[in-house]
Design a protein around this ligand. Structure first.
Ligand SMILES: *Cc1c(COP(=O)(O)O)cnc(C)c1O
Length: 423
């Protein structure tokens, strides 16, 4: 392992994606390693917001059908632009709603308890919002979450074993919801295998791609996944509260959505204003109401860059960055009590490194004070996400040196070991 700074400089020099960094607004004097929580604004994203505003100025109501990106078709267009990131066909994807509302929509559509098959299978490590949504969907159907939501346990508090999940696929389970990449440890679940095992047992399966989309390639259609959903403000850099997305496998086309609204309509029928819904023949049917255009716009600019860079190249650089980060941590920080708690092999590691340390909360505060933006996750986790489109190897090198100084000089000790309001 070469721990010299010149090696980082060399890696940056060799990096074919380095040109994208200048497209982003990098916060000044800061090493931003939190792009998996809130991705940075790009110039193209900003331009796309301006374009929608200008369309509104220029065309007013006619903006729905006029201009470069008529608003009436934007959700479909953005869906088509997203499709290559997840291995889907264009009309299997729609940009709409938020992660949590899309999960509600998809469970309302695909959870069909029948006889003995009444249970939903999830895991105990998923993001709370997903679990809240599943519990409330069960209650809406008159089922007790305590009995009807099964959460696969983790042995180590950080990762899940495929065989443990498969074991829980009993004949009482009708639907499975799991993350593609776990938000704390960054573990990638074997979506292909899990889908196969679920289908063997007549169970539908959907994935939350919040931490995987824009970070790793997916082949949802090839794998036969039933549905998926995700946010766009993490690796996709579409801004705080940006409009989310969902995928529905085309073999499920032609059904009514569980939660209908006039935007669920076939587009040519929508303005017939009839009281009987004619649902869109594709993933568009899972929309509900008028799209939030100002919050969808930045995706236009951002997805263009993903198209140009290519998700495979992004993944390759991301793996290089996280490998480099882990190697430096092992060689430079060995004496300071850190544990690398993400899976280390390339097949199971998502886009971030997850460190555990008993003083994690205050180490994060010390890092922030020294210009490195990490992400604290209760109770003892530090997420560091070097993002392929805008972070450099030199930033990774500098981060480890800064962290080493913080530990050596015990600078973290002047802070309380507690999380802030937003951790
Ligand atoms: C970020 C994230 C969410 C957030 O849901 P929103 O509806 O966008 O607030 C949900 N689930 C997972 C797994 C996430 O990582």
């Amino acid at each position: 392992m070469n721990t010299e700074k010149t090696y980082a400089t060399y890696l940056d020099h060799m990096d074919e994606l380095s040109k994208f960094r200048q497209e982003f607004y990098m916060p000044e004097d800061t090493i931003y390693l939190d792009g998996n929580s809130l991705g940075l604004l790009s110039k193209r994203g900003e331009q796309a917001i301006d374009d929608v505003v200008n369309s509104w100025k220029k065309y007013a109501i006619d903006g729905w059908t006029e201009g470069e990106n008529p608003w009436y078709y934007l959700s479909e267009k953005l869906g088509a632009m997203t499709a290559p990131l997840i291995g889907a066909e264009a009309n299997e994807v729609i940009v709409t709603g938020s992660t949590t509302t899309n999960l509600h929509q998809l469970v309302a559509s695909f959870y069909k308890p029948d006889g003995k098959k009444t249970k939903i299978l999830a895991d105990e490590l998923n993001f709370p919002s997903d679990i809240y949504a599943l519990k409330s969907q069960l209650k809406l159907k008159g089922y007790q979450p305590d009995e009807h939501l099964i959460q696969v346990a983790s042995n180590d508090g950080n990762t899940l074993k495929t065989e443990d999940i498969v074991k829980k696929m009993t004949d009482e389970v009708t639907l499975i919801i799991l993350p593609g990449v776990l938000y704390r440890s960054g573990q990638i679940l074997d979506m292909e295998k899990l889908t196969k095992e679920a289908h063997k047992r007549g169970i539908l399966i959907g994935f939350d791609l919040c931490h995987s989309i824009g970070s790793i390639p997916h082949h949802l259609s090839e794998w036969g996944v039933d549905f998926a959903f995700w946010c766009t403000y993490k690796h996709l850099n579409a801004g705080p509260g940006s409009v989310a997305g969902l995928y529905v496998n085309k073999r499920h086309f032609g059904n009514e959505p569980g939660l209908a609204g006039w935007y669920s309509s076939a587009k040519d029928k929508q303005f017939d204003m009839e009281h009987t819904l004619t649902p869109a023949a594709d993933a568009g049917a899972y929309q509900i109401g008028t799209p939030h255009l100002l919050s969808a716009a930045p995706l236009l600019g951002s997805l263009e860059m993903f198209q140009e860079a290519g998700i495979n190249q992004i993944r390759q650089k991301s793996l290089q960055l996280t490998t480099y980060l882990m190697e430096l941590i092992e060689s430079e920080l060995a004496d300071f009590g850190f544990t690398i708690a993400n899976p280390t092999n390339d097949k199971m590691r998502g886009g971030h490194v997850f460190l555990e340390h008993k003083d994690a909360a205050r180490i994060c505060k010390a890092l922030k004070a020294d210009g490195v933006i990490p992400d604290f996750r209760k109770p003892n986790g530090i997420r560091l996400a070097p993002v392929a489109l805008y972070n450099t190897f030199e930033e990774v090198w500098n981060t480890v040196q800064i962290l080493k100084t913080i530990m050596k000089e015990e600078r973290f000790k002047k802070y309380q070991n507690e999380r802030g309001v937003i951790a």
